[in-house]
Design a protein around this ligand. Sequence first.
Ligand code: FES
Ligand code: FE2
Length: 385
Amino acid sequence: MPDTGSESNVAADARTSPSAVWRLLESMKGEELAAWRIADVPGRASAEERNLTEPFPMGWYSVGYSDELAVGEVKPLRYLGKELVMWRGEDGGAHVLDAYCRHLGAHMGHGGKVHGNNLECPFHAWRYDGTGAVKDIPYAKIIPPQAKRADCVPSWHTMERNGMIWIWYHPKGTAPLWEGDVFPEVGSEGWTSLKKFQWRVFNSVKNMHDNGVDVAHFLYVHRTAAFPESDIEFDGHRFKATARAKLGTPKGMVEGAIVSNGTSPGQGCVRFLGISETLLLSSVTPVDKDELHVRFAFTQPQKEADGPMGGLARALIRDICKQLDQDKIIWDRLRYEPKPLLCDGDGPIPMAREHYNQFLSDEEFERLKGKKRTVSTRPKVADAS
Ligand code: FES
Ligand SMILES: [Fe+2]
C-alpha cells in the first residue's frame, strides 16, 4: 500500500504504512532475518566518534540460558570488554571466571574441561574453583600460595533466575547490591517454554536506556497509531513504564498496554496486555563499548498459544521482534548525544539519564560530569559502592 504520508493514513493502518526503516526489512524472513540480526555491520563509525566510550553501568547481565549450559560443559564468552569462561560443575552450579589462566595465560574457554566442580585449564591442567582459586595442580607437590587465593583468576558472581544465567558487574568489584526478580510464569505449567531471539546491536547500554522513555520514536520508527501515553516511575534501581497505545494487528487496531519493569540497565521484563498476554524477558549485555548482545525470551499462556487465537499470539511476538529490528537500524549507527537538543514532546529523557547515573561509581560520575556527587545525584543504590 503506498504511503501517502497523511496522518489519517497512519491512523487507519499502522501496520502497512511503512516507515523508512521498515523498507529495509521488508524482504527478510526466517533464517535470513535471524542471520541479519547477529551479523556485523561493517563501515560504522568508531566508538570514539560516536561517544560510546563511557564505563559500563553496574548491574546483572545475562550471559546465556540455563538450558544451554549442561553439567560438565565449558563455554567461552566475551562480555563487558573481557574474555570469560563459563562452566557448570557436577553439583549443577554455574561459574564464570576471566578466561586467562594465571599460570601461562591459556584461554580456558577453549579446550578447558570440568573436573568435579572445578575448571581444568587445557594447557597444564591447573584446576580452579568458582572463586578463581587454584585447588589442584596434578604435576606439582605445592600450590603457590598466591594461586590458592580466591580471585587468583578474577571470578564473577553468578545467579540463575527465570531460565537465564546472570553475572554481576560493579566497576569497583563490590558484591551484588540487589537480587534479580523472579517471574513465576517462566517454566510454569500452563505457560509455553521460552521462545528465544537474539541481536547484536552496535551501541551502548546507555543509549538503549534512553530509548525506554523516548515516546516520540514510536510513531516514526514503529508506526504506532499515535504517541503512546506513558506513566513512568523511577524508584531506586528500579524503573517502571506503563504505555498505552493503539496497536496494529492483523485483525485491526486494538487498545493495548505495555508495562516495562527494569531492575538495572541490562535487565528488563515487559508485560503486553490487551492483545494476547505475553511476558517478555529482555536482557542487554555489553560485549564491548560499542556492541551489545540483546536477548528476548517470550512466554505466553499455553491456552492462548495453542488455542484458536494462537496465530495472534505468534504475530505479537513477531511484531515485538520487528520493533527491535527497526530500532537496531537506528541504534547500529547512532551517536550518543551528551547534551541533546530536546523539545516538549520528547518524554523524560533527562530523568532517564539521571536515573542511569546511579549505576556508575562516584569516581565515574565525577569524571564524566566534572563535579562531585551530592546526595541528590547519588540515588540509593550507589550508596554502597
Ligand atoms: S596455562 Fe593454564 S595451566 Fe598452564
Ligand atoms: Fe523502539
